[in-house]
Design a protein around this ligand. Structure first.
Ligand SMILES: [Zn+2]
Length: 148
C-alpha cells in the first residue's frame, strides 16, 4: 500500500481508509502541531472564532491570576523569545501603516558609498521566519582590519 508523508515529522505512515486526506501521522507531537496549525489558520481567517478565543483566554486568565507572571518566571527564555516576537509583530503592524508614506526619494538616499557609516553593533536576536525554530542570540562586534 502507498505510504503518506507526515508533513510534521517527515516519516511515512499508512493511509487510513476513512481519512484519505490525512497529512500527519499518529504521533502526539504531530497531532499537536497539526492542531496548532489549524488554530493559527482559524485565528487568521475566522473573526468570530478569533474573538471567542480572546474572550475565553481572558476569562481563563481571570480565573487563574498570576499564571502568566509565574510562567514567565519559570521560562525566562521562552518569555524573552515571546517578547521579541511581539516586538517584531508590533513593528510590522506599524510599518505596514507607514509604508504608504515612504516614497522613492527616501529609498534613493540610501547611498552605497555611505554604507560604512552604518554600523550594526551590539546584541541581537536572529529570529527565524519558521516559528518552530528557536531564536538565536548573536553579538556583533567590529574586528580590526589587521585581523589575520
Ligand atoms: Zn509525524
Amino acid at each position: 500500500m502507498e505510504q503518506i508523508l507526515c508533513i510534521y515529522c517527515g516519516d511515512f505512515f499508512p493511509p487510513s481508509p476513512r481519512h484519505k486526506r490525512r497529512t500527519s501521522c499518529k504521533r502526539p507531537e504531530c497531532k499537536r502541531a497539526k492542531k496548532a496549525d489549524w488554530q493559527r489558520h482559524k485565528m487568521k481567517t475566522d473573526p468570530i472564532y478569533k474573538s471567542n478565543q480572546k474572550i475565553s483566554q481572558k476569562e481563563w486568565a481571570r480565573a487563574n491570576p498570576g499564571y502568566w507572571r509565574q510562567y514567565r518566571k519559570r521560562n525566562p527564555k521562552k518569555a524573552e523569545r515571546n517578547r521579541i516576537l511581539q516586538t517584531i509583530r508590533n513593528r510590522k503592524a506599524r510599518s505596514s501603516h507607514s509604508v504608504a508614506k515612504m516614497d522613492a526619494s527616501v529609498i534613493a538616499k540610501m547611498d552605497a558609498s555611505k554604507s560604512n557609516n552604518f554600523k550594526i553593533l551590539g546584541q541581537f536576536w536572529l529570529v527565524p521566519v519558521i516559528a518552530k525554530m528557536d531564536a538565536l542570540k548573536v553579538n556583533i562586534h567590529t574586528i580590526s582590519s589587521h585581523y589575520p
